[in-house]
Design a protein around this ligand. Sequence first.
Ligand SMILES: *Cc1c(COP(=O)(O)O)cnc(C)c1O
Length: 364
Amino acid sequence: MNFNKHLENINIYEAGKPIELVVREFGIDPKDIIKLASNENPYGCSNKVQDAVSQIVSKMAMYPDDSMTKLKDGLSKKFNISSDELIIGSGSDQVIEFLVHAKANSNSKILINSVTFAMYEIYAAHVGAEIVRTADREHNLEEFYELYKEHKPSIIFLCTPNNPTGDAINTQKLVEFIEKIDSDTLVVVDGAYMEYASFKDESKRVEPSELIKKFTNVVYLGTFSKAYGLGGMRVGYGIANKIIIKELYKLRPPFNVTTLSLEAAAVALEDEKFVVDSIEKNFEEMKKYEEFAKENSLEIIESYTNFVTFLFNDTQNSTNIAKMLLQKGLIVRDLSGYKMNAIRVTVGKKDQNIRFFDLLRGLI
Ligand SMILES: *Cc1c(COP(=O)(O)O)cnc(C)c1O
C-alpha cells in the first residue's frame, strides 16, 4: 500500500522507555525500577488534583467542556492574558503539531537548534517542510540570525530551557533576536521547563504576556507535564496573538483534552506551592549531581531544568552505559540518537539519585 510520501522520512518518536517494558525484558520487579528518563516530576502532583479528579470521575459519560472555561480562566489569570490568546492541547506536543500544520508546507523551511526537542522535526516531516539546523550545541542566536537571513524559514523554534541539554537563553537576547525577525515568520518559544529556569535565574525568565504584547508573530508554549507533575494527563498550551490562535483553532479536533485532564490542570494551577516546593527540591538534588560529576571527573551541562546531561569522553559510550543502567533497573535517556555521546538523567528523589550515583560510579 502507498502512504503519504512525507511519512517515509519520519523516524518514530522514541519516548523514555516505559517501566512496563523493563519489567518484561529484564524480569525486574517493578518496585525496583527507577525511571529517570522522561523529566516527569518525581514528587508526583498536588494532592488537590487527585481529590478533584476523583470527584468528577462520575462525569465520564459526558463529553468534556469544549470551551475549557475553567482551565482557560486559570491560565488567563496566571499569565495576565485574555482567553482568545490561548489554546489548550493534548500536551504542548499537540500545539506544536497545530503550529507546524498552520504555517508550513512542503515549500517551507523550519529553523531549529542543532540538538533540541525531537517533535519539531517530526511534525515538520508531516508536511514535508525542510529542517535547517544550527551547528552550535547551545542556542547561538547570532547563528540563528545568519541562518534566518539565508533560508527565510516559515518557523523558528527556540526551546528555552532546551531539551535535551538543559541550557537556557538569556531573555533580553531572546527579545533582541525576535525584534530582527520579520513579522511573517513564526517564532515559537517552547517553555516546557520555564518554571525551573525562572526559579533558578531571573535573567532566563520569559513572561508570555510581554512577548505577545510586543510581537504578533510569537507563540509561547507551556505544559503541565513537567513541573506540574501531570505527564499522564496530557495538557499543554500555546499563548499568542489572537490572530494566530484563531488559525490554530481551525486545526483543533473537538474535545481534544479530556474532562479529567482539564480538571487536573485547572486544580494544579491553584496549588503553586506544590510546584515551588518541587522546584526547590529539584535544585537541591541537582547540586548533588554537580558534586557527583566533579568527584568523578564527569562533564555535565549546567541545567536550568529538572534533568542533567552527562557528556562522556571517548573512552565511554553512552549507549552502553544506558544499557547497563537499564539492566540494573535504572532508566535514563541515551542521547546517541542526537549524535551526542551523552545521557540525559531526570533529577529524581533523594534515594533515586543515590542509586543512580552508585550505579554510574560502578560503570565508569
Ligand atoms: C516535554 C516537552 C514538551 C511537551 O510535552 P507535553 O507532554 O506534550 O506537553 C514540549 N517541549 C519540550 C521541550 C519538552 O521537553
